[in-house]
Design a protein around this ligand. Sequence first.
Ligand code: GRF
Length: 192
Amino acid sequence: MRVVCLISGDGSNLQALIDWQLKGLLGYAEIVGVVSNKVEAFGLECAKRANIATTVLPHQRYPDRYEFDRALMSVIDDYEADLIVLAGFMRILTAQFVNYYANRLVNIHPSLLPKYKGLNTHRRAIEAGDSIAGATVHWVTEELDSGGIIRQMEVAIHAHDSEDSLRRRVLEAEHCLYPAVIRDLSLGVVAC
Ligand code: GRF
């Protein structure tokens, strides 16, 4: 299963996927390419260190979302991707993109969806007085953070948690959850 990861930033989830791949734990999945819309994304370095091909597609160079997504689709298709993994890709994707890759496009979101779609998930969970936070891997559909849930992992919220301490703990959970889901998708253990 040829996997292309889309990133915009730190790429810690990408690094977790790479670690599992290097240890032979990613099933039939192989990360064949990493695409970033930001030239300074640290995740690009992670990919290069692992000898994975990278492409940078600065979104500012395109007149609108439609043209950017068209260019992105062309890059992804050149990699002959079976699965597209959003790993901190901070761009809203057009309906044409999402529908073209229907059932081949997954995302990880730092909350227990359907709670806290969108941004500032940890702050909102703390402010609401929740005792449990977590992360969700889901299929991507036209509506933001609303596609079918593949798997979730819960993380306790401690009394003295700050937004940042909770973010770090949820991120650690993401680093187990995401590779495990990608492995299982490649093995056909999760329905596609
Ligand atoms: C993660 O919290 C993920 O859930 C969200 O974006 C963040 C990406 O972090 N979609 P990283 O770039 O993988 O470190």
